[in-house]
Design a protein around this ligand. Structure first.
Ligand SMILES: [Zn+2]
Length: 75
């Protein structure tokens, strides 16, 4: 018995085809396939930060230092 009422073409193409493909949603720059759909890891990080904070707080480009490493506030 084969019950295939409707065949879904889910194996044809992945659902990664975003309309905004080609432009970084953060800085509107050219998207790098490596960091899709962003242009760089920085922009991807920015978007990630938005998700975490759930607030549209766009950081300025000129941030004081790179807060990548978790260093103590005390020097
Ligand atoms: Zn970007």
């Amino acid at each position: 018995m084969s019950d295939r009422s409707k065949q879904t073409n889910s194996a044809l193409e992945p659902i990664h085809t975003i309309k905004t493909a080609g432009r970084c949603p953060i800085c509107k720059g050219p998207v790098e396939p490596k960091y899709r759909p962003f242009c760089s890891k920085r922009c991807a990080d920015v978007d990630l930060g938005r998700w975490f904070k759930e607030s549209y707080r766009i950081p300025t480009d000129e941030a004081p230092g790179d807060g990548s490493l978790g260093d103590s506030e005390d020097y």
